[in-house]
Design a protein around this ligand. Structure first.
Ligand code: CP
Length: 326
């Protein structure tokens, strides 16, 4: 694996899931593989789970992890080629990334979209420029359009539940991604990425449900059944993934914000005793009700805990054979 920025960097999803679950079983079995190797974790935006789980994963492999909250503590970077830097940007990524490439063996980057200009956000300029100029493997810790470590975690969690309780017999599990209300316009990353990974995984009856005007980019959703009827989607669902996203077409807006789209115990009755997933953080009683989050169907903590094993699996596959040794 050269970089980890989307499902396209993974040749065999099931093999990667198995590596992750093996690490969950025996966290320190590859403790020697990361000795004298170092990962830099660059955060342009806030994080709890991604930051901590990736640090723990690196340490489990014997690596050193250094966190850099670059948006608060670093120089403001310029990403545009041939920019005349007479404005607010202080250092070009062309100059900064090669330096980071000398300090670290692997670089993780979190960068959110602006939600102002769709073409800019969907060009993934930040991640692409770090890949171009750092000279070392890049791991996305969530980018403008995707969140691959989260999606790998989600599949690990679904597979883990299926291993424990193969309730669906021979039929494919029905996995439903449902839009939920929110007070702020949020990125489409988690929903895009979940759709991309579940479609690539190819083992599920995959349904996406959202109000009109919340269609996601077809490049990620193609292959799924898409409906504006949430109750219809939830029928016989085995897993329900709850997530808000802002509009894609008329970019970054909140249109409908009908609280009726919030999942409740009443709606759970329509499902096949479904497990409820959310990437967290979650706005209680806006996106998901207390009764769901505090009830026995919620697997959000298991899901977040699995972030460690997803990160560890990816780092174990991406680590270069010999350390940089600055
Ligand atoms: N799910 C997720 O990425 O959480 P953080 O934003 O806390 O890292």
């Amino acid at each position: 694996m050269k970089n980890f920025t989307s499902v396209h960097d993974v040749s065999d999803i099931n093999a990667l899931v198995k590596i992750a679950l093996d690490f969950k079983n025996d966290p320190f079995k590859s403790k020697q593989s990361g000795i004298n190797k170092r990962i830099g974790l660059l955060f342009f935006n806030p994080s709890m789970r991604t930051r901590l789980s990736t640090q723990i994963a690196a340490q489990n492999l014997g690596m050193e992890a250094i966190v850099f909250n670059i948006s608060h503590e670093g120089w403001t970077l310029e990403f545009e080629e041939e920019a005349i830097m007479s404005g607010t940007t202080v250092e070009h990524v062309k100059d900064a990334a090669p330096v980071l490439g000398k300090y670290f063996d692997v670089l993780g980057i979190r960068t959110f979209p602006s939600l102002k200009n769709r073409e800019d956000d969907y060009s993934e300029l930040y991640i692409k420029q770090f890949i171009k100029y750092s000279g070392i493997p890049i791991v996305s810790l969530e980018s403008a359009t995707l969140h691959p470590l989260q999606s790998l975690t989600d599949i690990i969690t679904i597979q883990e539940c299926r291993n424990r309780q193969p309730a669906t017999g021979n039929r494919q599990p029905r996995i439903v991604l449902t839009w939920a209300p929110h007070v702020k316009p949020l990125p489409q990353c988690v929903a895009n990425s979940f759709s991309q990974w579940i479609n690539a995984w190819g083992v599920a009856d995959f349904v996406i449900t959202h109000p009109e005007e919340y269609e996601l980019d077809e490049q990620f959703t193609k292959g799924a059944t898409i409906t504006n009827n949430q109750n219809e989607a939830l029928k016989n669902a085995d897993f329900v993934y709850v997530k808000n996203w802002s509009t894609y077409k008329d970019y970054g807006k909140i249109y409908c914000n009908d609280p009726g789209w919030m999942l409740t115990n009443e709606k759970l009755m329509i499902t096949n005793n479904a497990k409820i997933m959310h990437c967290l953080p979650v706005r209680r009683n806006v996106e998901l009700s207390d009764d769901i989050l505090d009830g026995s169907h919620s697997i959000v903590t298991q899901q977040a805990a699995n972030r460690v094993w997803a990160a560890q699996a990816v780092l174990s596959k991406i680590l270069p054979p010999s350390p940089k040794g600055v």
